[in-house]
Design a protein. Sequence first.
Length: 137
Amino acid sequence: MAGSQDMFDAIVMADERFHGEGYREGYEEGSSLGVMEGRQHGSLQGARIGSEIGCYQGFAFAWKCLLHSCTAEKDSRKMKVLESLIGMIQKFPYDDPTYDKLHEDLDKIRGKFKQFCSLLNVQPDFKISAEGSGLSF
């Protein structure tokens, strides 16, 4: 009688056992895929931010050379804003993806860049596409 009772329990409990095993297998596979997808997404976002910051930095260094040669009084405000922009770019935490104010600092850099472009009277158009990034006017 005890043997038939154990067989009956195994049949009744099979649903619960298979449900638990399926959940564990699905959780492990989902976790693995989630980590891979997260790394891929993080790499893509990091590349976009790096490309954007790189364009700003190249733009700023080029204008620093151009404005350094002419030291008119009206260009002194441009130089102050430009130096501030370069300082913000140099302090940007490229190597710390866990930096909690990363997006705040990026927004400040974008704002300073727009301010500088306004002083220069240029309309920047920063675009990231499959072919690469670019800054056009």
